[in-house]
Design a protein around this ligand. Structure first.
Ligand code: LRH
Ligand code: MN
Ligand code: MN
Length: 403
């Protein structure tokens, strides 16, 4: 930490302490913040119009972990990596687990892929053809086995199924097909693995999506059992939807399985976390900070023009800052003002926390963990390209959206 940052930190800590905040406790909670980065976020990604693969892309799941380790080294807060099957398909997963451990990482969630195979033209677990439903169910079962080998505690389910035209298929029949397939998947879950049910408003289906909203996912989870929980991807709602309220509701039902953090302006844009709407991110963290423990915090983003490691680092930093700001909210005062009907007073407590520049605090916590005070600058000044990037096959583009 340079002298200016140290002085900024001392001033901030003094101000917070004077207001009654327990700075040491805030720093302890910040130090425990663990983010999961997605293997597919390190690989090539593009839009449906094209992709611009840079040099130095990872071409194997092992190399994707190497990039994730760089993000963890710089931020001190990203020790988990989510994998996507078949983008990270291997014959034997034990070496991948060993590689992760050697890098100080753990494998996070295993993400099945129900959208790549041509046979999924009319859907996967909801396909009218029982043979295709079998194929999709078997893929889910395979991912549970992979999760067991990798020591993962979550298998996600993003169901791309839906219809493009009214009358194409019957809603209620589709629900029964889905629930029958998922009952088989759920029955195969070992004790330590959760099924994380993600929802998405639209895309690839444009008329009706089978799991279009948090309510549909929650109903599905409630039918299945307590190991099924809802996964909230920030890019998967209609414009204007109050995501922090969804988060609070799911947590209250003990069904908040985790997140896919990203940001968007229009659709499922998968942009850097906190780049468009940092206030929404803060309000989500304000709900999370009130919980006894944080849920899974996975990033799901795709970098099209920005450097992938830099984009991921910035996302982790933005998550750390959102959490730090949320930890500044004086909860006792907030509850008092809420009970007293002090509308603006309660709102002001949130605004004040959000407006606080917490960067000296997050920098200190990172440095104490051996990470960088300014992770993006440290990456730019560092030798990743010489050590890692320049040694890779320049033509490699495997395993990611639009790859
Ligand atoms: C779907 C989604 C889902 C996929 C990922 C690559 O839009 O959010 O989580 O697995 O993108
Ligand atoms: Mn997602
Ligand atoms: Mn998405």
């Amino acid at each position: 930490m340079d002298d200016t940052t140290r002085t900024d930190y001392e001033r901030l800590a003094e101000r917070l302490t004077a207001r009654g905040a327990d700075v040491a406790a805030i720093e302890r909670r910040l130090a425990e913040h663990r983010v999961e980065t997605p293997s597919w976020g390190y690989a090539n990604a593009g839009t449906r119009f094209g992709s611009y693969p840079p040099e130095g892309l990872p071409s194997t799941p092992f190399e994707k972990l190497d990039d994730a380790a760089e993000v963890h080294r710089l931020t001190g807060s990203a020790p988990l990596v989510a994998v996507h099957i078949p983008w990270d398909q291997l014959d034997d997963y034990a070496p991948l687990k060993q590689h992760a451990a050697a890098l100080g990482l753990e494998i996070g969630t295993v993400n099945p892929n129900l959208f790549g195979d041509k046979r999924y033209k009319l859907g996967s677990l909801v396909n009218p053809d029982a043979a295709v439903r079998r194929l999709a169910t078997d893929h889910m079962l395979e991912c549970i086995e992979i999760a067991s080998v990798l020591g993962s505690t979550g298998v996600s389910l993003w169901l791309p199924d839906g219809t493009n035209y009214a009358g194409q298929d019957a809603f209620a029949v589709r629900r029964r097909r889905l629930h029958d397939c998922l009952a088989e998947v759920y029955a195969a879950l070992p004790a330590g693995i959760e099924l994380l049910v993600e929802y998405k408003l639209y895309e690839p289906a444009f008329y009706a999506t089978d799991l279009a909203d948090w309510g549909s996912s929650l109903l599905t989870c409630q039918k299945l059992g307590p190991q099924a929980k809802v996964l909230v991807d920030l890019g998967h709602h209609a414009q204007g939807v109050n995501i922090e309220q969804i988060v609070a509701t799911l947590a209250d039902e003990d069904r908040l399985g985790g997140f896919h953090f990203n940001n968007r302006k229009y659709g499922d844009d998968d942009l850097i976390v906190g780049s468009v709407n940092p206030f929404e991110l803060f309000l989500i963290y304000a709900e999370l900070a009130a919980l006894p423990r944080l849920p899974r915090l996975t990033i799901d983003q795709a970098h099209v023009i920005e450097h992938k490691i830099e984009g991921m680092v910035l996302s982790v930093v933005n998550l750390q800052e959102a959490f730090a700001k949320a930890l500044l909210v004086d909860r006792a005062a907030l509850a008092e003002r809420q009970a007293a009907g002090d509308v603006l007073g309660a709102h002001e407590l949130l605004l004040d926390a959000f407006a606080t520049d917490v960067r000296p605090l997050t920098a200190k916590v990172r440095e104490e963990k051996g990470a960088a005070a300014d992770p993006v600058a440290a990456f730019r000044d560092g030798d990743w390209w010489e050590r890692v990037g320049s040694r890779r096959d320049a033509g490699a583009t495997t395993g990611g959206l639009g790859a």
